[in-house]
Ligand binder design. Structure first.
Ligand SMILES: Nc1ncnc2c1ncn2[C@@H]1O[C@H](COP(=O)(O)OP(=O)(O)OP(=O)(O)O)[C@@H](O)[C@H]1O
Ligand SMILES: CC(=O)N[C@H]1[C@@H]2OC[C@@H](O2)[C@@H](O)[C@@H]1O[C@H](C)C(=O)O
Length: 369
């Protein structure tokens, strides 16, 4: 077994999750401690500004040298190094996802896709003295895959003993789902917006980072007209494979008229829309799941969990019912993925990213003694 530390900083831009896992990439020997290092407010703000600017900078070919981007990459890497130091455990590999600032997979055959995760793997290897595995998505995108989601192969390891079919739903800034069939078949894709638009709404209407415990959403009513307009978005019916950039629905949300709703009704509508997207996702599965297991920060939002329960036919429960840690799951996944890279095992599959065949990926930066 390899001793790994997985590091994931998700689309919510709230910080970096770190988790220790002993694994050979195909099984987990032991989970160890995990922790989160929140990003300071200034870094969150700068990352958000970078996310907004990234499409324009990319189109002009200026993203790679953008001083703001380089500065953010450096600062967030320092927080990743701090997370590893705080865990304080010896490791053979670090799985370093980096911060996604732009995700544009190819939309048709022959088109060239792009996915950008920022961070300084060499700095991280120097600071920690541990070999760093990074750049998990670009080989898949270069081969015409979506480059996301990457966690499904880890979900399958976790769910080995569970009755199938089972659906594992991650509610981060964006939602993503893994359906696992009776023989371990995988179907995975991004469902739609999850906490991202809700967080933006809470920031605007409450001046808070998020709608804690869904209090605002629970006080409102979903608006049928706005919801109807959002439900017409072509992403929902599009067959998988498919994946999203954090801001892909921003224009549709602006056009939907949601901005004119009261704070509570707006939050209720966004929570309902997240659930509608998951309901639409379920229509793509080969067979209905026996249960839904929910990971990510959204499982802590009772408004989202309630909306999901009324939308879906099977029970919807946090992953903790299966004995997993819903806050550490994505970080753990990048430990397992680092081990898979080290062992030359595939990361992505036709059923997960639409890769043409099971694909290896990732790059390695050696440890500096
Ligand atoms: N108590 C809570 N009540 C309501 N929402 C919560 C609560 N705790 C966390 N959240 C939501 O969860 C979000 C963070 O989720 P998470 O850490 O899973 O996202 P992420 O990993 O950054 O995103 P992604 O999985 O898309 O990369 C917060 O921004 C917030 O919206
Ligand atoms: C491009 C990118 O960073 N995508 C993230 C994002 O956050 C959730 C969803 O969208 C998922 O597709 C992915 O993250 C997880 C870790 C994944 O690749 O499985």
């Amino acid at each position: 077994m390899l001793r790994t530390i997985g590091l994931m900083s998700g689309t919510s831009l709230d910080g970096v999750d770190a988790a220790y896992v002993e694994t050979d990439g195909e099984r987990v020997g032991r989970f160890g401690p995990s922790l989160t290092i929140p990003y300071p407010p200034a870094l969150r703000r700068d990352l958000r500004a970078l996310l907004d600017a990234a499409p324009g900078l990319h189109a002009e070919g200026r993203l790679a040298e953008d001083p703001g981007m380089l500065d953010c990459a450096h600062r967030l890497t320092e927080h990743h190094a701090e997370a590893v130091e705080k865990l304080g455990l010896p490791a053979d590999f670090i799985g370093f996802h980096g911060q996604t600032i732009l995700h544009r997979p190819a939309t048709r055959p022959g088109e060239r896709g792009h996915t950008w995760q920022i961070g300084e793997p060499t700095l991280l290897a120097r600071r920690t003295g541990v070999e760093v595995v990074h750049d998990f998505r670009s080989a898949d995108v270069a081969a015409g895959g979506q480059g996301a989601p990457l966690v499904p192969v880890f979900h399958r390891v976790l769910a080995e003993a569970l009755p199938k079919p089972v659906a594992i739903l991650n509610l981060g800034g964006v939602g993503n789902v893994t359906w696992i069939g009776p023989d371990g078949e995988l179907m995975a894709f991004d469902t739609g917006p999850a906490n991202g638009p809700l967080d933006d709404w809470a920031r605007r209407s409450l001046g808070q980072d998020y709608d804690r415990d869904g209090r605002l959403a629970l006080a409102g009513q979903a608006d049928g007209a706005v919801l109807g307009r959002l439900m017409a978005h072509p992403y929902l019916d599009a067959p998988p494979p498919k994946s999203l950039d954090r801001l892909d629905f921003d224009q549709a949300l602006r056009d939907s008229g949601a901005g004119a709703l009261s704070p509570a009704d707006g939050a209720a509508t966004l929570a309902a829309f997240c659930a509608v997207c998951v309901g639409a996702a379920a229509r793509h599965f080969p067979d209905p799941p026996i249960q839904w297991l929910v990971a990510g920060g959204g499982r802590r939002n009772p408004a989202l969990m309630k909306a999901l329960s009324s939308m879906l036919e099977a029970p919807v429960r946090p992953v903790e019912v299966a004995g997993w840690d819903g806050d550490a799951l994505e970080a753990q996944a990048f430990g397992v993925l680092a081990a898979r890279v080290a062992r030359g095992l595939p990361l992505t599959f036709p059923g997960t990213t639409g890769a043409p065949r099971p694909m290896t990926g990732g790059q390695r930066v050696p440890a500096f003694a």
